[in-house]
Design a protein around this ligand. Structure first.
Ligand code: GZL
Length: 375
């Protein structure tokens, strides 16, 4: 199986180039009212070694000159990361670029997401993009897409009970969790911290991002003999992070020195809760605060020292999805997996690099320039 690894920075530059003058003829469907819990699921495999060049800048229309209709079933609107992911697709698959984007915000509801995909089949769109809220329960509807002759491209989270899709473009979430653990080991040693008592605020239950980050960090925690006092879902939202952290501050008062938030919005909520409870955090605080995503606001808190380290998850997949579509349109076979390159951000240069999956990875000290260039 061929794999490709693409750079987040090049991707961001490409999206910035493509944004100028883009409108969109997309149709947006209002999200459903309530979200439902999702069943558990597996994690994606480790990425390949070699990184490949990012695609050439998108030319303004497809070869045939006809409008390409794309149905996009998005997870929801729960985080800054999600907003950036949606914008990446809306900027690339715009009317000016020769597309008609049918966008559905599934509001973290798996039933709504399956219904949206079936709606795209009804509409007989040319391509379907799915960011799967959960990674199981997909084979039936993907078979229906296959029977209808509509190629499916999966982005971000993984589908694990079917391979009836043309390609997946996303991140290795377990690697992100491993990186957080390896960095924490090195950081604690450098700071003379000999005992780790961690609280974890997980993402949405059943999401591959949650499963992978949890698995990766726990692998290091088990290896190092750390204590994970508790691990509850904050559903990738700021309110969720605050609610869980408020409860943690009561239940584990004075017993924890690390908080792992599985995305930035949860970290923002956790910060509010710890401040209200009189718990100090960050580079100069009693609690090491670790986050994932590294959105602009998250990196601003890394630069201020409130978040000690932030492990990036790159949301700007659309230019690489367009590359898959062009390959399919020209009768080619796209790479089955396209991995986005991630960067690990810190406030201070205490740990210059870490080793993850046998590979040395640099830690990046956040500067204003990096913040300004982020998504
Ligand atoms: C990760 C993505 C996660 C982000 C969250 O790829 O699925 O969902 O980490 C988002 O911010 O809600």
């Amino acid at each position: 199986m061929k794999r490709k690894i693409v750079s987040a920075l090049v991707c961001a530059a490409m999206v910035a180039t493509m944004v100028v003058g883009c409108g969109s003829s997309s149709t947006t469907t209002a999200p459903a009212e309530d979200a439902t819990e999702a069943p558990a699921e597996e994690e994606a495999e480790a990425p390949a070694e070699d990184a490949e060049e990012a695609p050439a800048e998108s030319d303004a229309s497809n070869a045939s000159g006809d409008v390409i209709t794309i149905g996009f079933a998005q997870v929801g609107h729960e985080s800054d990361w999600r907003t950036a992911s949606t914008k990446s697709c809306q900027d690339v698959f715009s009317a000016e670029n020769g597309y008609d984007l049918q966008f559905v915000d599934c509001d973290n509801d798996s039933a709504v997401q399956l219904e949206a995909v079936r709606g795209f089949i009804e509409q007989d769109v040319d391509y379907i993009i799915i960011d799967p809220i959960v990674s199981t329960g997909w084979d039936t509807v993907l078979t229906e897409c296959e029977d209808a002759g509509i190629p499916v491209i999966v982005i971000d989270r993984t589908i694990d009970d079917s391979d009836k899709y043309a390609a997946w473009v996303g991140s290795n979430f377990k690697t992100e969790g491993l990186a957080a653990g390896e960095w924490l080991k090195a950081y604690a040693a450098a700071k003379g911290i000999t005992e780790i008592n961690a609280l974890v605020i997980e993402g949405s239950t059943g999401a591959s991002a949650t499963i992978g980050r949890t698995e990766g960090f726990k692998e290091i925690a088990d290896r190092e003999g750390w204590t994970i006092l508790d691990s509850q879902s904050g559903d990738f939202t700021q309110d969720g992070g605050q609610e869980v952290m408020e409860s943690y501050c009561k239940s584990y008062e004075g017993k924890f020195n690390v908080v792992i938030c599985q995305n930035d919005n949860e970290a923002f909520g956790a910060m509010d809760a710890m401040t209200a409870a009189g718990v100090s955090y960050g580079v100069n605080g009693d609690v090491i605060l670790v986050s994932f995503d590294a959105c602009t606001a998250g990196l601003e808190f890394v630069m201020s020292g409130d978040i000690t380290a932030d492990f990036e998850c790159n949301p700007l997949a659309a230019p690489f999805v367009e590359e898959v579509i062009k390959t399919l349109a020209s009768g080619g076979t796209p790479d089955k997996e396209v991995y986005m390159v991630e960067h690990w951000y810190v406030n201070e240069d205490v740990v210059p690099s870490i080793e993850v999956n046998g590979e040395t990875q640099e830690m990046t000290v956040v500067t204003q320039e990096i913040v300004d260039a982020q998504y």
